[in-house]
Design a protein around this ligand. Structure first.
Ligand code: GTP
Ligand code: MG
Length: 375
């Protein structure tokens, strides 16, 4: 059900907008021409004006053009195993990037400004012939959104907790994101190389937050790690892979791709570069794609670790940098591949239009009398 605006109501009912705004004002609602009025208000205004309204289930362009692509269920026979997506979450500086660096044997940390991850990183690696995808999120409190996004695209959350610091605010926040996403949590109790750390205290903190360690009789695996010495990293990876094997994650590579945008920006000389993760289907160069109110045709796809490495197609659970969007899609937006570029444009434009309405009506409390009764 899409609410309509004051203007739309006025045009549909043939009643001056000022009259509608006056009714709204009597109800204590300060509104503008472009303000959205919900169902209850619509009925109230209709009653005041003595006009009949019929509230119809709104069929948006999006639903019409996207519904069968988005809602198509895969047949069991179409599903094949896909790599697990593993996200590192936790408080700032607890060692997420360092652990991941050790696991994939690169050094991202020393290249980060102030050692704080400001981007959402995502890589696929191969371990013993099996692919695994990792997502690294920032722990800084300013990046709530990115942690939420990380949690939403993940199969398993690795909660990194530093032994010297214990459970901190963003640790708790990460726990609730992982819970909301209904994914299993494996704890990496990190920095165990530091002298004088009290591991029991950290375990106590975890228990208080509903994560009872298995060595205390609970069902949460807590792996003691050190990104500095490398201790516990094999166990961590094994634990995570065991959880992954229990779940047998599957996807259908033989359908148009769909997934989520992790982040996107305009880059000089390259246009929009979007980091996206394919969650189902196969994405190919040349595909028509829509993501939020951005759309386009995939021009090129690049590895997220090795920028020179290009791909013609990528399958489920793969993060990849893509070019070809007309503008940067919003992070966290879902993307879909369509047949027709005209449909993609229609959807993108319809969304941009409804975003605009929402933005305009968002300022409704600050209207002055002039703007209230203009036109
Ligand atoms: P944000 O991305 O800012 O949230 O931090 P992060 O969780 O990715 O932490 P990062 O890997 O950047 O590590 C923060 C600091 O802790 C760095 O100086 C690391 O060298 C150090 N560190 C990480 N892991 C360990 C560890 O196991 N032992 C010790 N002693 N130091 C560690
Ligand atoms: Mg980091």
């Amino acid at each position: 059900q899409l609410p309509c605006t004051v203007r739309e109501f006025s045009e549909a009912a043939g009643v001056p907008a000022s009259q509608i705004l006056r009714i709204l004002m009597e109800e204590g609602v300060m509104a503008t021409m472009n303000a959205l009025i919900d169902d209850d208000l619509t009925e109230l205004i209709a009653a005041e004006l003595g006009v009949n309204v019929e509230l119809k289930e709104a069929v948006s362009v999006e639903d019409e053009l996207l519904a069968n692509i988005r809602d198509r269920q895969d047949d069991e026979s179409e599903l094949v195993p896909r790599p697990p997506v593993i996200t590192f979450l936790g408080h700032v500086d607890h060692g997420k990037t360092s652990l991941l660096d050790r696991i994939i044997e690169i050094d991202v940390v020393s290249g980060e400004s102030g050692g704080i991850t400001q981007h959402i990183r995502a890589y696929t690696i191969e371990k013993d012939g099996k692919k695994i995808s990792f997502v690294d999120t920032p722990g800084h409190e300013a990046f709530t959104e990115m942690r939420a996004r990380g949690a939403n695209v993940t199969d398993i959350a690795v909660l990194v907790v530093a032994a010297d610091d214990g459970v901190m605010p963003q640790t708790e926040e990460a726990i609730s994101h992982a819970r909301a996403a209904e994914v299993p949590i494996v704890v990496a109790l990190n920095k165990t190389d530091l002298p004088g750390v009290d591991l029991n205290r950290v375990m106590q903190g975890l228990s208080t937050n509903g994560l009872l360690p298995s060595e205390w009789g609970g069902d949460v695996e807590v792996v003691k790690t050190s990104a500095i010495t490398g201790d516990g990293l094999d166990t961590l990876l094994d634990t995570v892979l065991t959880v992954a094997e229990l779940h047998e994650y599957k996807a259908n590579p033989n359908r148009p791709a769909m997934g989520t945008c992790l982040e996107a920006q305009q880059e000089a000389g390259r246009g929009v570069v979007a980091k996206i993760i394919v969650q189902n289907g196969t994405l190919r160069v040349g595909d028509v794609i829509v993501c939020g109110d951005a759309y386009g045709r995939i021009k090129a796809m690049y590895d997220t670790l090795i920028p020179e490495q290009r791909y013609e197609e990528v399958g489920p659970s793969t993060p990849v940098n893509v070019t070809g969007f007309d503008m940067a899609p919003g992070a966290g937006e879902h993307f879909y591949v369509l047949d027709d570029i005209a449909d993609a444009r229609t959807i993108a434009e319809a969304r941009a239009e409804s975003n605009r309405k929402v933005t305009l009506s968002g300022g409704a409390q600050h209207v002055t009398l002039e703007t209230l009764f203009d036109r």
